[in-house]
Design a protein around this ligand. Structure first.
Ligand code: GDP
Ligand code: MG
Length: 751
């Protein structure tokens, strides 16, 4: 009745404290209220009672029976609950809708007498009551709800009602049977059973319990026969779905002590049970042992129970066909998603910091190997997948497996990115460090006096670099992940190390080449310079001139060319020795020598040009001339007398010196009468020379055909014009010397 004064008379959930403290739930929680509304606080209640994390280790019992048959009283006695009980004076319906409370007696008794863990008891509104009139709707709906969720249905019945086949209880049981068939219509292959536990109240004992049992079972079988069964289930019997137990309880008011004693004994039945020989094979009855058989359990994990119950109730209240397998699958999807989100929070906490750091270092272009990454990744992966498995594997297998794969994919996608980011950082920084340490070691070697073994440095640093890379990669591996290997990355790393080594070796070759070139330059500078200086003396070539031959000029270019060949040969030996000490390939050495020859030619050419600057040359011609003119064959200075053939001596000396000009104009070997074989001497461009090897080389006529300059031209030191100019200027200088000599001869006479 809406006007009932009891605080529990109708269900308005607002009466429950917002923060849901335990005190708000002293009578348990009203799962379904009088308006058939589901109470969303059920999950909060289960959390407060520490049931949520119990997995499958919980049990559900519902009590059924006519109104005011002492059901709530019985539950309170058995389980220490505080379901409200009708007061003796008012005789008014108390329990509205469906209430649920956790067993309060768990753990009270000694281990041997202990009840099962986490028993949840549902007190279902009494049926057939005056208060609800003939409305069978709620009775049907609550029966369906109880059957879909509970393992044990306690049927409360007065002893004197036993055998009254038309009695109110029979109507209720018929409903239970019908909805049970409806429930398993969609789930025909279920092995699922329920226990109908008959508690016979006000049991006097005149008729033995055995007989009452028999009567009840016969009535139930007859009842089962009358209900219409779905196709395929016509032959089914009541025992295909239900097990039975019976217990007689004395009158609570007339035999209060016995009532308490018996209630206590009855409570001992609420333990874990197992099928064994105590079963009465004919009737499916258990006389002893626990009531909770595994096959009664609905296999809804505790943390999903409230969501499941809500879904079930929603289907029931909207008169939809209740399809338990579908409900369980929906529940599994919902819960697996929730659990997935929860475990991902933990995963994020462990991993996001690394992801941010990595992204930042990539953004800044400063690849950084993250310390502790491998440990964190492995721990996060194991923990995340394990937590998910623990929580979610209790749900629908197919859904769980799908979601588990989804989670693993999520986790592995992120870890894989981190892994590759780490390898990429190790690669970039490793290569950079390798180059740095090689140059560092070379510099150290140079500081210590230039003796260092380049090949050894490169080998050692490459080895250590490779080890470092592998160490980072190995420590970042994640067991079990399909992507967790670094074979490819390692071989790429090796490849780049090789490339960098080759580049460093090329650089070192260049440094070596530069050193050798400088050496060539200073050697040639000296020796060629001496040859040119010797031109200043008409006889410096050695020995006394024979038949007017001028030893200085004779074989001048041959000597220069020989000096050049010898010097470069020496340089080539130096280069080859050193280059082979750092594992340069034959090809690389070939290219180096080729470059050395070309550059050396450039050095010689430049040196010759320097010597042939007009001023220098004029000076040398003058010296050469004066040497011939002012000294006699014995090298004694001449004192001019008027009788001397000054003009004849002058003309011979001048003509002799003048022959130097065409000689010096062209680099030409006396022994062959041709320019030196520069093209053969330099050789072909090696096929392995790269454009980088060629770009800093000056073209050489007669060697680089495409230059359009012949070897003859390359060897031309003075152009015709230059020669003529030089001749004119030299003659003027010589004339000056002649005039002076003439004057001094006359002057000597006048003295
Ligand atoms: P419910 O409506 O089935 O939950 O019944 P209640 O537990 O509220 O009890 C209804 C009335 O029956 C109360 O007045 C109780 O005192 C009374 N009652 C409780 N237990 C017994 C019993 O074992 N025998 C009898 N005859 N009355 C009982
Ligand atoms: Mg009650």
């Amino acid at each position: 009745s809406p006007t009932a004064p009891s605080i529990l008379s109708n269900g308005h959930f607002a009466s429950i404290g917002a923060e849901g403290d335990a005190a708000s739930y002293e009578h348990g929680v009203q799962v379904i209220d009088g308006d058939k509304e589901f109470n969303p606080n059920l999950s909060k209640y289960l959390s407060l009672e520490n049931v949520t994390s119990a997995g499958f280790n919980y049990h559900l019992i519902s009590v059924f029976g006519s109104q005011s048959t002492g059901k709530s009283t019985l539950l309170n006695h058995l389980f220490g609950t505080e379901f409200s009980v009708m007061s003796e004076l008012e005789r008014r319906q108390t329990t509205k809708g469906i209430w649920l409370s956790k067993n309060k007696k768990q753990g009270e008794a000694a281990a041997a007498e202990r009840m099962a863990d986490n028993i949840l008891v549902m007190d279902v509104e009494g049926t057939d009551g005056r208060e609800r009139g003939e409305d069978q709707d709620f009775e049907r709906k609550s029966a369906l709800f109880a059957l879909a969720t509970s393992e044990v249905l306690i049927v409360n019945i007065w002893e004197h009602q036993v055998g009254l086949y038309q009695g109110a209880n029979m109507g209720l049981l018929k409903t239970v049977f019908e909805v049970n068939l409806q429930l398993f219509l969609k789930d025909k292959h279920t092995t699922h059973r329920s226990l109908l536990f008959f508690v016979i109240r006000d049991f006097i004992g005149n008729t033995p319990l055995k007989n009452l049992q028999k009567t009840l079972l016969e009535d139930l079988s007859r009842l089962w026969d009358t209900i219409s069964k779905p196709a395929g289930l016509e032959k089914s019997t009541i025992h295909d779905y239900f097990d039975f137990q019976f217990y007689g309880l004395p009158h609570k008011n007339y035999q209060p002590d016995q009532f308490v004693t018996e209630a206590k004994k009855l409570g001992l039945r609420f333990r874990e049970g197992h099928r064994d020989l105590k079963r009465d094979a004919l009737k499916g009855e258990f006389s002893e042992g626990g009531v909770f058989l595994p096959e009664y359990h609905r296999r809804i994990p505790a943390d999903g129970f409230s969501h499941y119950a809500e879904g079930i109730w929603d289907q029931i209240v909207n008169n939809k066909d209740l399809d338990l397998p579908t409900q369980q699958e929906l529940l599994a999807q919902f819960r697996c998603d929730e659990i997935l989100r929860e475990v991902m929070i933990g995963f994020d906490e462990a991993i996001v910091a690394f992801e941010d750091k990595q992204a930042e270092s990539v953004r800044l272009g400063e690849p950084e190997v993250l310390g502790g990454l491998g440990v964190a990744m492995r721990a996060a992966r194991v923990k995340t997948l394990k937590s998910f498995e623990t929580e979610a594997s209790r749900y629908h297998k197919g859904v769980y497996q799908r979601k588990s794969a989804e989670l693993q994919n999520k986790v592995d996608t992120r870890l894989k990115a981190l892994f590759h980011g780490q390898l990429s950082a190790a690669h970039k920084s490793g290569i950079r460090d390798f180059g740095d340490s090689v140059s560092g070691a070379v510099k150290d070697g140079q500081k210590r006096g230039g003796s260092y073994d380049f090949a050894e440095i490169v080998t050692k640093e490459a080895q250590s670099s490779l080890e470092k890379f592998e160490e980072v990669a190995r420590s970042t591996l994640v067991d079990g992940a399909s992507w967790s290997n670094y074979k490819q990355e390692l071989s790429l790393y090796k490849k780049e190390l090789d490339e960098v080594s080759a580049r460093l070796r090329r650089d070192e070759m260049r440094r070596l080449a530069t050193r050798v070139e400088r050496w060539v330059q200073s050697r040639l500078g000296e020796s060629v310079g001496l040859e040119f200086n010797a031109l200043g003396s008409g006889r410096a070539g050695g020995g006394a001139p024979e038949n007017g031959e001028k030893p200085t000029e004779k074989g001048f270019w041959d000597r220069i060319w020989n000096l050049f060949e010898e010097t470069v040969l020496d340089a080539e030996r130096r280069f080859t020795d050193r280059a082979s000490s750092f594992d340069a390939s034959i090809d690389e050495v070939d290219v180096g020598l080729w470059r050395l020859r070309r550059k050396s030619w450039g050095v010689l050419h430049a040196k010759i040009e320097e010597e042939m600057i007009e001023g220098n040359l004029l000076l040398k011609l003058r010296e050469n001339f004066e040497d011939k003119f002012r000294y006699d064959e014995a090298g004694v200075p001449r004192i001019w007398r008027p009788t001397d053939d000054i003009e004849g001596i002058y003309t011979r000396a001048r003509e002799s010196t003048l022959t130097l000009i065409p000689l010096l104009s062209r680099f030409r070997l006396e022994r062959t009468g041709a320019p030196p074989p520069l093209d053969r001497w330099i050789g072909h461009t090696p096929s392995t020379a790269t454009s980088a090897d060629e770009e800093d080389l000056a073209p050489i006529g007669g060697v680089d055909e495409h230059e359009g300059k012949s070897l003859e031209e390359e060897m031309t030191i003075l152009s015709d014009t230059k020669r003529q100019e030089l001749t004119v200027r030299f003659k003027k200088t010589a004339d000056g010397v002649y005039v002076e000599a003439k004057r001094s001869a006359i002057g000597g006479m006048t003295q």
